[in-house]
Design a protein around this ligand. Structure first.
Ligand code: DGL
Length: 274
């Protein structure tokens, strides 16, 4: 069936982190309807093998496609790194948008020195997707990628500042910025959970470092792709959002509200099984 402008945009992540992308999408494309799926039962994706993440991403996408979406946004760096190709292949010609290319573009545009640090999950760092995407856009760039897996747990726990978050940030980030002369001038938040910890990350990196988050660039990329396919819904009135989670709707609501920037009630979230 051909897609039409009135259908929703499907968005998924392993948990609530992708709500930072949903928020940017709603700001960029307020007239659209969205269905957001957080695979909270199987979080984290970042420590799993590529094969497992591909399987989970295909299941999440199948669920959204069965709900008749006109495009898919993979609001998870780990799943974008592992499964973008597999999802595009399975669902063609449905537009499938990942967060890595837009994040790499934003990093290359932000960096003056070409020294770019990427912080992400173990899976994203191991896969090398950011390193490759940045090298394609800017072959002279020097990229250092560091896995900061604990940040996902801190974000899901809602421990966004205070001594535990500060200690984790210091442990992960200080080695990157120890030599102020050779240090990266740009730091990519290569996991959609990390914008929630932006304050503590920025304070540890130092004020000279530009922090890049792929949410806004992904939202702009989504607009461009939908426009090209004539699938944009004019913003006559605010669109609707439906939330799906594979576990813990009460927790999804209490933590997710912080990521989304508004109060979420557990009654807004449908519990599903994949
Ligand atoms: N939010 C996800 C990402 O952008 C992954 C978090 C996880 O499940 O490990 O990579």
């Amino acid at each position: 069936m051909a897609e039409s402008a009135t259908q929703a945009i499907g968005v998924f992540d392993s948990g609530v982190g992708g709500l930072t992308v949903l928020r940017a999408l709603q700001a960029e494309l307020p007239g659209e309807n969205y269905i957001y799926l957080g695979d909270t039962a199987r979080l984290p994706y970042g420590t799993k093998s590529v094969e497992t993440v591909v399987r989970y991403a295909l299941q999440a996408a199948d669920e959204l496609v069965a709900r008749d979406v006109k495009a898919l946004v993979i609001a998870c760096n780990t799943a974008s790194a592992a499964a973008l190709g597999a999802l595009r292949e399975r669902f063609a010609p449905l537009p499938v948008i990942g967060v890595i290319e837009p994040g790499a573009e934003a990093a290359c545009a932000a960096s003056a020195s070409g020294r770019i640090a990427v912080i992400a999950t173990e899976g994203t760092v191991r896969n090398g997707a950011y390193q490759q995407a940045i090298a394609r856009l800017r072959p002279d760039a020097r990229v250092q990628a560091v896995a900061c897996q604990l940040f996902v747990a801190l974000a899901e726990e809602g421990w966004l500042d205070g001594e535990v978050a500060e200690a984790a940030a210091a442990r992960y980030l200080q080695p990157l910025f120890a030599d102020r002369v050779a240090a990266p001038d740009t730091l990519v938040l290569g996991c959609t959970h990390y914008p929630a910890l932006r304050g503590v990350i920025a304070a540890t990196a130092g004020s000279a470092v530009r922090i890049v988050d792929s949410a806004e660039t992904t939202a702009r990329a989504t607009r461009t792709i939908l426009q090209a396919d004539d699938l944009l819904q004019p913003a006559r009135s605010p669109g609707k959002v439906r939330f799906l989670a594979t576990d813990g709707v009460a927790r999804f609501a209490s933590v997710g509200g912080r990521f989304l920037g508004r109060t979420l009630d557990a009654s807004e979230i449908e519990l599903i099984d994949l």
